[in-house]
Each structure stands twice: as structure tokens, then as C-alpha cells.
Ligand binder design. Structure first.
Ligand code: MV4
Length: 502
């Protein structure tokens, strides 16, 4: 039985994992770098150990140190969260060697899916559709030209060791092909130490739709439906939702079956994600598999009603999956907005700094997974994610309205955040209509980055003026006046469009 889990991560995901541990009566061990002595995951855990300097390669990526802490603290298992060591095959293997349960798949599964060419071959064998292209590394340039003439331009050249948008190149003209292949190979070699590249037909205006899967160590596998992740900027997801407005029940069912077949082919265990690229005609193709819990997992949790971290822990503990595919349903609609400490008006420059004030949204259908508190300094060493705001509604429209309401309630000062941009996304006609693909942000750039007609700072000024007014009344023993007329003297103008919705 797992009695104590070391969480090899920081930030909101470390806290998220520990919350499920606490509900399961499992003790938690935090690890932290120099920059994280006062971080929330350290406060939340039952025990915490310093593992090194602030840069992650000297702390959160230090395998020896983390294993040492696991042993010293008597942890039975390690949860890697996302990022850092979560998709490190050597770390999964090392945990096994040391007799510690890695809450995630085997090193072999991670390695297989980490090599995109092997992953493609495996999917073809399993009957899962892949994007038309090559199934072997490109070594012969003439053969590459032959393949490209067959599948036609444009194509993408991708690094086998890449993924998540790293090591990709778009080729639109015949004259660029050979140069692009050579450049892609040398880039891949220096970035990943592996120059294997492959070719795929370029899908013009795709959707990024991923399926959540869950597998135990006894061969049982299920999917927990999809997440639509097409609102992205430079391969960083910004908003995710489920169900996808694009899919039909029939395509959803087919893709779910394909996702389970994909996981089976990888002898997978644990929680994983099958990423598909879907074109306007609903043709879907396997792109890659993520062998970890993902940032956007809460929208699935909300709509399917499953705690994915608890399921991960149970299957890591050799338990038989209690969930049955035929019992799973998507109930209502959930949207996630990622709140980053960055400045959308300055090319998304990270905005580390001290949180001066924070008021998080609450209320029906709202979940806010964060980790910062007033006075906390967001370090510059790590991903600047502050929190994830997840809103649920019976319908998509209700979920959007609720997200707008929650973003209105969300106040953070001290650092720049993406809150206003997210509110603007909720107001974008293409988003409201559910008609968007991976080009959404570029396509709606002017709408998204133009200030609404009323300067939003009017709201801050209004709050200050009310406060000054209030202080004046307190000084003059006039507080009863407030209660007597019971009326705000600044919202009488009513809810003007755009005034309070940014
Ligand atoms: C593609 C593609 C078009 N055609 N592959 C980007 C992230 C990585 N997982 C794969 N990506 C893409 N692969 C083919 N054959 C377009 C993208 C892509 C993209 C995919 C999902 C979400 C956003 C994206 C933004 C630009 C490009």
C-alpha cells in the first residue's frame, strides 16, 4: 500500500497532487529549491526537503537528489506532476530500480512514445490513423523527394525526438525541401542529440483535440473523452474546453476507440493523453502521446466526474481500474483558462514579482487551482503559471458566461497577468460560436489586443474613488448614510457593455 508520496514538482500541480493524497490519507513529501522555501507546496506538504539551487537542472531535475530524499523520508512512491521529470524514461526506470513506485508509465512506454517515429509505426500497427508521411527516419534525400511528390506539398519536417512543437519545419515550396531537411536534421542533432527526422503532410487549419486515457496494470484501459485545445499561442495552450464544439457523437466514439487502441499498443499504464490533429472535415490523425498528467486535466475531471490523480495513485498501487467505459458520460461543459504572470501587451513577456493583492473567484461551478498568496514572489526560474481557472456549466454558453463572471471577480495586482486577454477571448465571436481552430489567436489578433472603447482602468479608479468617498463618510460620522440610501453612487450607470467585462 502506498502510504507516503514524494511530489517531485512545484507550483499549482504539486499542490493539486497533494490535495488528492490528503483525501486518500497518504502522507506527502515536498522537495524545493532555493527560490521555493516559502512556496505553497512546501507549506502544504507533511514534510519538505531542500534539494538545491533555484535553476531546475540543479533541483527539480536532479534525479539523484530526489531519489535520496525519497529514501530518507521513506516515501513509497513519487508523483512527477507535469514538466520536469514527468516524461523522463531514465527517471521512471531509476525509481523502479530503487524500489520506489513511479506514478506514471514504465520507462519503456515513455521511451517508445518519446520517439515519434517509433510511435507512428506503433500506431499504424494498431490501426490508428496517422498523418500521411514517412515511417522511417529520412536518410536518403531522393526517397524523401519521392514521398513528398506522393503526399504533395506543403509538408512538415519533424524531429523524431521533438514533440510539442519543438523541432518542426513547414515546407511550402519544392526548392526548399533539401535545405529544410538538412537544417532540420542539424537542428535536431544539436537540440536532442538525435538527427532523425520524418515527413508529414501539412494539415492546413487543424484542431488540436486530445483524448484522456487511463490504464491499470492488469490490461484494463478506458478513455475519458476529449479536450479541445486549439486556442494556443506558440504551442502554449491558453484555453481548453470539453466537449469539443467540433466533434460529432460518431467521430467522438471512433476517436475514443482509437485512443484506447493507441494506449494498448504502447502497453500503457497510468493516465495518458493521445493527441490528435483534426481537419475541417473531421478527419483525425494521431500526432503524439503525452505520458503524463496534463495541465488541462481538470476540465475532464469536472465533466466526467473522476479525480484523475486518485486514479493514477490507485493504478500505480496495482489496483484494478474500477471505472467502466460504458458508465462514463460527459455531463455539461467545462472550460479552463490558464492565468499566467506575463504581459500580453508586451509580447507575453514573463512578469515575475511579488503578488500584492489577490482575490480569487469562487461560487457555483468555479474551480481555481493555484498556489500563490499575497506577499508571495513568483520566481523567474520557472514557468510563470499562476493558476488555472476551470468553470463548468450545463451548456457551453453557461460555461462561457460563468468564466466571464469568474474572470471579472479575479483580481491580481503586483504582477501583469493574462486575465484581461482571457476575458477578451470569451467575448470573441469565433470563440462564442465554437468555430475556431489552431489559428484562432492570429486570426483574432486585432480584436484580442485592442483595448475596448472604455479604458479598463476606469474600474480601478472607481474602486479608489468609492474608498475615498467611504473614508470621508467615516470621518464625518456619516456611515449611516451609506446604509440609509443603500445605493452605490458609482454603479448607477448600470452594467455598460465592456465597462466591467474589460
Ligand atoms: C502539425 C500541423 C500540421 N500538420 N502536423 C504543433 C505541436 C505539435 N504537437 C504538432 N503541431 C502541429 N503539427 C502536421 N502534419 C500543425 C501543428 C500545429 C499545431 C498543432 C496543434 C496545436 C497548435 C498548433 C499550432 C501550429 C502548428
Amino acid at each position: 500500500m502506498i502510504n507516503k508520496i514524494l511530489v517531485a514538482n512545484r507550483g499549482e500541480i504539486a499542490v493539486r497532487v497533494m490535495r488528492s493524497c490528503r483525501e486518500m490519507d497518504i502522507f506527502t513529501v515536498a522537495v524545493y529549491s532555493d527560490a521555493d522555501g516559502g512556496a505553497m507546496h512546501v507549506r502544504y506538504a507533511d514534510e519538505a526537503y531542500h534539494i538545491g539551487p533555484s535553476p531546475s537542472n540543479e533541483s527539480y531535475l536532479n534525479i539523484d537528489k530526489i531519489i535520496e530524499v525519497a529514501k530518507k523520508s521513506g516515501a513509497d512512491a513519487i508523483h512527477p506532476g507535469y514538466g520536469f521529470l514527468s516524461e523522463n524514461a531514465a527517471f521512471s526506470d531509476r525509481c523502479k530500480q530503487e524500489g520506489i513506485i513511479f506514478i506514471g508509465p514504465s520507462g519503456d512506454s515513455i521511451r517508445m512514445m518519446g520517439d515519434k517515429i517509433t510511435a507512428r509505426q506503433t500506431m499504424i500497427k494498431a490501426g490508428v490513423p496517422v498523418v500521411p508521411g514517412t515511417t522511417e527516419p529520412i536518410t536518403d534525400e531522393n526517397k524523401a523527394l519521392e514521398v513528398i511528390r506522393e503526399i504533395r506539398l506543403p509538408v512538415m519536417i519533424k524531429a523524431s525526438a521533438g514533440g510539442g512543437g519543438k523541432g518542426m519545419r513547414l515546407v511550402k515550396e519544392e526548392s526548399q525541401i533539401l535545405n529544410s531537411i538538412r537544417a532540420a536534421r542539424s537542428e535536431a542533432l544539436s537540440a536532442f542529440g538525435n538527427d532523425a527526422v520524418y515527413i508529414e503532410k501539412y494539415i492546413e487549419s487543424p484542431h488540436h483535440i486530445e483524448f484522456q486515457i487511463l490504464a491499470d496494470k492488469h490490461g484494463n484501459m478506458i478513455h475519458l473523452f476529449e479536450r479541445e485545445c486549439s486556442v494556443q499561442r506558440r504551442h502554449q495552450k491558453v484555453v481548453e474546453e470539453t466537449p469539443s464544439p467540433l466533434l460529432t457523437p460518431k467521430v467522438r466514439e471512433e476517436m475514443g476507440k482509437a485512443a484506447v487502441a493507441a494506449a494498448q499498443a504502447a502497453s500503457y499504464s497510468g493516465a495518458g493523453t493521445i493527441e490528435f490533429i483534426v481537419d475541417e472535415d473531421l478527419h483525425y490523425y494521431f500526432l503524439e502521446m503525452n505520458t503524463r498528467l496534463q495541465v488541462e486535466h481538470p476540465i475532464t475531471e469536472r465533466v466526467v466526474g473522476v479525480d484523475l490523480v486518485k486514479e493514477q495513485i490507485k493504478v500505480a498501487n496495482n489496483e484494478v481500474l474500477a471505472l467502466k467505459q460504458e458508465e462514463l458520460r460527459q455531463r455539461g461543459h467545462a472550460i479552463e483558462c490558464r492565468i499566467y504572470a506575463e504581459d500580453p501587451d508586451r509580447n507575453f513577456m514573463p512578469s515575475p514579482g511579488i503578488i500584492k493583492h489577490i482575490t480569487e473567484p469562487h461560487g457555483l461551478g468555479v474551480r481555481c487551482d493555484g498556489y500563490v498568496y499575497e506577499g508571495y514572489e513568483i520566481p523567474l526560474y520557472y514557468d510563470p503559471l499562476i493558476s488555472k481557472l476551470i468553470c463548468w456549466g450545463k451548456t457551453r454558453d453557461e460555461a462561457i458566461a460563468r468564466m466571464k463572471r469568474a474572470l471579472y471577480e479575479y483580481k491580481i495586482t503586483g504582477v501583469k497577468t493574462s486575465i484581461r486577454l482571457l476575458a477578451r477571448i470569451m467575448d470573441t465571436p469565433d470563440f462564442k460560436d465554437g468555430k475556431y481552430n489552431t489559428h484562432f489567436i492570429e486570426k483574432n489578433h486585432d480584436f484580442l489586443f485592442t483595448m475596448p472603447p472604455i479604458n479598463p482602468r476606469v474600474e480601478d479608479v472607481a474602486i479608489m474613488s468609492v474608498f475615498v468617498d467611504y473614508l470621508g463618510k467615516v470621518d464625518n460620522f456619516e456611515t449611516k448614510v451609506l446604509a440609509k440610501n443603500g445605493k452605490s453612487n458609482w454603479k448607477e450607470c448600470g452594467r455598460r457593455k465592456n465597462m466591467f467585462s474589460y
